[in-house]
Ligand binder design. Structure first.
Ligand code: BGC
Length: 740
């Protein structure tokens, strides 16, 4: 600490006596690096403590982090803000809460995600943010990861391309992004110290592949390394991951920042390729200086990191002299959020009841009145308001049962207060599930008499530092089941319909109850405009076109690797890095380490290969119209597979169709290949009845290769590859092939 104070004093002095120092430009970075003292370099590489010293009050409350400014070189402080669904500040009312990642990916619509990225980029300029800390793009290895809602998919192509669209949208505004968390950060339990043990094949074909695609198709300014160990080494200290793979193999030249921990070995991190140590701790600055002195850190490693930080800085709004207005266009962005939300909601069942409008509706379930707009943690945006289902339905022309509304609204405010005061739920970290209200059968019977249709909303929220669990979260709870059964019995007896709305942060069990209601709409965590977007779809103002970006299994335990996840681990402590008392003396499986025993068989790759029934397959989603597919064209050209297919709207209302291109590899190509793999996808624009549109898709031949662990190389077999086109992985609508 003494050393640090001395350093600050020296710096202040040097600022005061600054004379003819080079001023940073895009072209003189080497000159500035040469002019900087090692003390200054050590300060530049470590995020500042924003509310301390001379920095107090200079940044908006809730800002994620910032870098040290050096006026004498014209180096501004750059500001990093969370996160993937909009700007997270501590204060309400300032920024827009856009739909979460899972919903964005469910749109299968790169244009829509680009537009959403543009809006977030604009808010960044308005709020003085230089780099937004997203997209979050870890794969959905397991349905119960607490941060799945921030991420995109169980498939690396869908994840990588949606992430690229987000990055391209934000960066088109001259604002940076941070693709996170690199890599294999697939659980929250013991997230700071758990060792993800993954085969190199699974890593390269899945977990790294998503980042590789994003980088290939968008070039994010920064990547954020994860907290976890990867095969025995912290990712933040892994030269193999951060330099050999990320930079040398993929040819990427951006900046790596660490996720927010000051607890790793400083020189090892910098040598590995971590350029910016976030959130930043003065002891790390001192440690850099000590390491230079004792030889554990080389001057060339230090200079490389400094160069990369400066290369980032010269791209930023702060460097360009951006003057934040502090008043983003919340109205325009609310419209973007509403449009985006309706693009990604997935209609899972519809026996003809939807669309519906202009009738008397009874809304059951606390979340019908208290919608969950987003998950907790870094992706929590305190938006000015949340559009509620009851209000939105009323504005859309439904007459809402007033008695139920009154009952649920008072319960919603009671239970929110109770969770905070009596149960001390930390709404920033971890889950805050609201228990469902017991509704007496006689109340349902009376309500039924005065309503034409029933809606039931079930909610699931999750967040950073804690995973979901199986029994009371993946499964419907007792009260939820009772509500569903009673409402369905009573309404069906009267010849009336029941619609379930899922306001959920990730998959839940659906197989045991999905036959009961007449329709199921999965609305995910849809952002501040959620209620309006749900109403748009329910009333048919918009036609659902979302498709599942992951499998909904029949049972949680059906998937390979489901036991290799802390699905039964409840912790009362965020950032659990010690063993839960009940577990002391037990093996540390799934807490200290997690074996990815399923290898490459994540999600549909497993279910399709094993022919195992699922509740809803990857890519599934219904529409109010129907589509036909033409005979596809597939050809090989300049090292790429190019395909096109014409889709026609054969129904009676306008709609959009998302099409996946799935490959079945040449037989015997690799001893162990998934039955089918997504390699490309595209979505039509809105097609009027009878209208056709030709979609084109393409991907490099190298995406057909598999990684041979033993020989440590990529291999691609010769033979006939089959190509399937269709929305969901189980029901191809058209087929073609090519020979390699
Ligand atoms: C999260 C990151 C986030 C960072 C800054 C960390 O705890 O894992 O996703 O960007 O905090 O808030």
């Amino acid at each position: 600490m003494k050393k640090f104070l001395l350093l600050c004093a020296t710096l202040l002095l040097s600022v005061a006596v600054a004379s003819s120092q080079p001023l940073l430009t895009r072209d003189n970075i080497p000159e500035v690096v040469k002019a900087m003292t090692i003390q200054e370099k050590a300060l530049l590489l470590v995020g500042i403590q924003m509310n301390k010293g001379g920095f107090a009050g200079k940044y908006l409350e809730g800002t994620g982090g910032a870098t040290y400014p050096f006026e004498k070189y014209g180096i501004p402080s750059i500001v990093l803000m969370d996160g993937p669904v909009g700007i997270r500040l501590s204060e309400q009312n300032r920024t827009t809460c856009f739909p979460t990642g899972l919903l964005s990916a469910s749109s299968w619509d790169k244009n829509m995600v680009y537009t959403l990225g543009e809006a977030i980029g604009e808010e960044c300029l308005d709020m003085g943010c230089d780099v937004i800390l997203g997209p979050g793009m870890n794969l959905l290895r397991n349905p119960l990861n607490g941060r799945n809602f921030e991420y995109f998919s169980e498939d690396p192509v869908l994840c990588g391309q949606i992430a690229a669209a987000f990055v391209n949208g934000v960066q088109s505004k001259g604002v940076g992004t941070s693709a996170k968390h690199f890599a294999a950060n697939n659980q929250e339990t013991n997230r700071l110290d758990c060792d993800s043990r993954v085969s190199e094949r699974a890593l390269r074909e899945l977990y790294l592949k998503a980042f590789e695609i994003c980088i290939r198709e968008s070039d994010p300014w920064t990547v954020m390394s994860s907290y976890n160990y990867l095969n025995g080494e912290y990712t933040q200290e892994s030269h193999w991951l951060l330099t050999e793979v990320l930079r040398h193999e993929w040819g990427w030249n951006g900046l790596v920042m660490t996720d927010w921990t000051g607890r790793r070995n400083t020189p090892r991190q910098i040598h590995a390729g971590s350029d910016l140590l976030m959130g930043g701790n003065p002891s790390q600055t001192a440690h850099i200086l000590e390491s230079l002195e004792n030889g554990s850190l080389s001057m060339s490693d230090l200079d490389l990191a400094v160069t990369r930080v400066l290369e980032l800085i010269v791209k930023t709004p702060a460097f360009r002299g951006n003057k934040p207005s502090l008043s983003p266009d919340l109205k325009a962005h609310a419209q973007t959020a509403r449009d985006a939300a309706s693009e990604g909601m997935v209609l899972l069942k519809n026996n003809g009841v939807l669309p519906v409008s202009g009738c008397r509706a009874a809304l059951y379930g606390v979340y019908s009145y208290d919608l969950i707009q987003g998950g907790n943690g870094a992706a929590l945006v305190y938006s000015p308001y949340v559009s509620q289902i009851n209000d939105a339905f009323a504005s859309a022309g439904f007459s809402i049962d007033a008695k139920l509304e009154k009952l649920y609204k008072s319960y919603a405010s009671f239970i929110s207060e109770d969770l905070l005061t009596n149960h001390k739920v930390n709404v920033h970290l971890g889950n805050a599930q609201k228990p469902e209200l017991d509704i007496d059968k006689s109340l349902i019977e009376n309500t039924e008499k005065n309503s034409d249709i029933a809606f039931i909303t079930f909610g699931r929220v999750s967040g950073e530092a804690r995973d979901r669990i199986h029994d009371t979260d993946f499964l419907l709870q007792q009260k939820e089941k009772a509500l569903l059964e009673n409402v369905c019995n009573i309404y069906h007896k009267a010849g009336k319909k029941v619609v379930v709305i899922l306001n959920i942060c990730g998959p839940i069990e659906t197989a045991s109850w999905k036959d009961l209601p007449d329709a199921i709409l999965c609305a995910w965590l849809p952002g501040e405009e959620g209620g309006n977007a749900i109403a748009d779809l329910v009333t048919g103002k918009k036609n659902p076109s979302g498709r599942l970006p992951m499998t909904f299994p029949v049972s949680y335990f059906d998937a390979a690797g489901s036991e290799d996840f802390p699905y039964d681990f409840v912790s009362n402590k965020a950032n659990e890095s010690v063993v839960h008392p009940e577990r002391r003396g037990l093996p540390l499986k799934n807490i200290a380490f997690t074996d990815y025993t399923e290898g490459i068989y994540v999600g549909y790759r497993y279910f399709c290969t094993q022919n195992k029934p699922v509740s809803f397959p990857f890519g599934y989603g219904l529409s109010y119209t129907s589509f036909s597919y033409s005979k596809p064209m597939v050809k090989l050209k300049k090292g790429r597979v190019e395909a096109s297919i014409c889709v026609t709207n054969t129904g009676s209302v306008s709609g959009k169709e998302a099409v996946g291109l799935y490959i079945k590899a040449a037989p015997g190509s690799f001893s162990d290949k998934p039955d089918k793999e997504l390699k490309a996808f595209a979505k039509t624009p809105e097609l009027a009845p009878g209208q056709s549109y030709t979609l084109t898709m393409s991907f490099p031949l190298s995406d057909l290769s598999s990684y041979n662990d033993t020989k440590a190389r990529w291999e691609r077999a010769k033979g006939r590859y089959r190509v399937y086109f269709g929305a969901d992985v189980l029901n191809p609508e058209a087929e073609s092939g090519f020979n390699l």
